[in-house]
Design a protein around this ligand. Structure first.
Ligand code: HEM
Length: 251
């Protein structure tokens, strides 16, 4: 079922839901008395949610036995970047109106802004290299390594949220727990892969010993062969030496 094309369209349209809802409310002038704050928070919430969705794809594939879920990961990750960009633009445009000195003051005064920047900046290379062409150019291993940056986005996003709330830390703690569990899952998987590889090496050891034995035997045989040939040569050499000595005695 997940292989079918319409499921991708469904996920694509569903992911546009939050932005449509925001536009709908804006159209009906229903963005609370402080629209900029509302939009900042709304887009921030959807960014962290989409980061969590992205991180959840691989564990869900394994736990639910649905390998085809991988088809949606890139799209969901790009939606995280989309909402993150809207959130960022809301801040630099609607909130600060491109006033760089004011933004720098904000960075110095409110450390959560720096954490937000870290989260956003770490998403940029992921979005840029999300195409098949980049996977080919970078090679699967290096691409995968780079894409682990999504964990940095998740952690920095949670820190950003945790630092900005004044008293009620329930929501940032919930997202923190989700990112933590998903990270732990990946760490356990990684540990298991290492263990499997190690066991694989151990399982190969008897064969390595046998191979070594065979090589030694082959080496011995070759050595004997060479010795045999050298012996023939050595006899020939002895004969020639003896004849030469006789010749010398005669003269
Ligand atoms: C991946 C990157 C980011 C994530 C996941 C993220 C997430 C969030 C979340 C969850 C909120 C709180 C929403 C709420 O209260 O319901 C928030 C608020 C906010 N974020 Fe971000 N954010 C990110 C990047 C940034 C960046 C780059 C900036 C600015 C440079 C920024 C500036 C703000 C501001 C000003 C608020 C509102 C703070 C307040 O209400 O006092 N965020 N963000």
């Amino acid at each position: 079922m997940w292989k079918q094309r319409w499921t991708k369209v469904l996920v694509f349209v569903a992911s546009l839901g939050p932005i449509f809802w925001l536009c709908w409310r804006a159209w009906h002038q229903n963005l609370t008395p402080n629209p900029i704050e509302y939009i900042t928070r709304y887009t921030g919430d959807w960014t962290i949610r989409f980061i969590v969705f992205t991180l959840a794809v691989t564990p869900l594939r394994k736990v639910l036995g649905l390998p085809d879920l991988i088809r949606f990961r890139r799209m969901i990750g790009l939606y995280a970047f989309f909402y993150g960009t809207l959130h960022f633009i809301t801040y630099i445009w609607l909130d600060k109106f491109f006033d760089l000195p004011d933004m720098l003051k904000d960075v110095a005064k409110r450390p959560f802004i720096t954490a937000g920047f870290t989260a956003f900046l770490s998403m940029v290379p992921l979005a840029v290299t999300s195409t098949a062409g980049w996977i080919r150019r970078m090679g699967g291993k290096r691409w995968q390594l780079l894409h682990r940056l999504v964990y940095l986005s998740g952690i920095a996003g949670v820190v950003h949220y945790y630092w900005l709330v004044k008293s009620d830390i329930r929501l940032p703690a919930m997202y923190g727990a989700m990112v933590g569990v998903l990270l732990l899952y990946r760490a356990v998987q990684y540990g298991r892969t290492l263990q499997t590889n190690y066991q694989g090496v151990l399982a190969c050891m008897p064969y390595v010993d046998k191979l070594d034995e065979q090589l030694q035997k082959a080496g011995l045989r070759a050595q004997k062969q060479v010795e045999k040939e050298l012996n023939v040569d050595a006899k020939e050499l002895d004969k020639q030496l003896a004849e030469a000595e006789k010749e010398m005695d005669k003269s």
